[in-house]
Design a protein around this ligand. Structure first.
Ligand code: ZN
Length: 161
């Protein structure tokens, strides 16, 4: 894995020392949304910037409940997760105008899930010429924009929580 100077990553690692083991449950409980880059809180799911983004605008839609699989969701939870995926797409389209998207779930460690026990959907904007999604998951990338700037740009598109 390549290493780059990424201050948000350092904060993330430092903050994890004394926290519960699940980072999504911790963020949900903390109510420090700007610091944690949470863009929106819904009834059944929330949206935040991926702390280890592959490209600018790499978002996550996370179930509020600590559940592992799609089979663990209630219909209204699944509906809200997909609906928030739509809102992510619309926000990214307005702000970044990518040429395409990957939306998807990595379920379980062997599938590449970074937080394997808490269901989340990746929303990844794509441009022609960027690398294959699957081959780059888990690697650090050089980013064209820092996370706080991405947060500033996308936040107005999600409206009040
Ligand atoms: Zn959790």
């Amino acid at each position: 894995m390549d290493r780059f100077w990424t201050p948000w990553r350092f904060d993330y690692i430092r903050g994890a020392d004394s926290a519960p083991s699940c980072v999504f449950c911790r963020i949900l409980g903390e109510r420090r949304d700007a610091e944690n880059l949470v863009l929106y809180r819904g009834r059944a799911a929330f949206v935040l910037l991926n702390l280890f983004p592959y490209t600018s605008g790499h978002l996550l839609v996370v179930a509020n409940r600590h559940i592992r699989l799609l089979g663990d969701t209630l219909p209204e939870e699944l509906h809200e997760i997909i609906d928030l995926g739509r809102r992510c797409e619309q926000a990214l389209q307005a702000e970044y105008g990518p040429e395409g998207y990957n939306l998807g779930f990595n379920l379980g460690r062997s599938a590449g899930a970074g937080v394997e026990n808490h269901l989340h959907m990746h929303v990844l904007p794509r441009w022609t010429g960027d690398s294959n999604f699957v081959s780059v998951v888990g690697e650090t990338r050089v980013l064209p924009e820092e996370l706080p700037r991405t947060y500033e740009r996308l936040l107005p598109h999600f409206g009040p929580c």
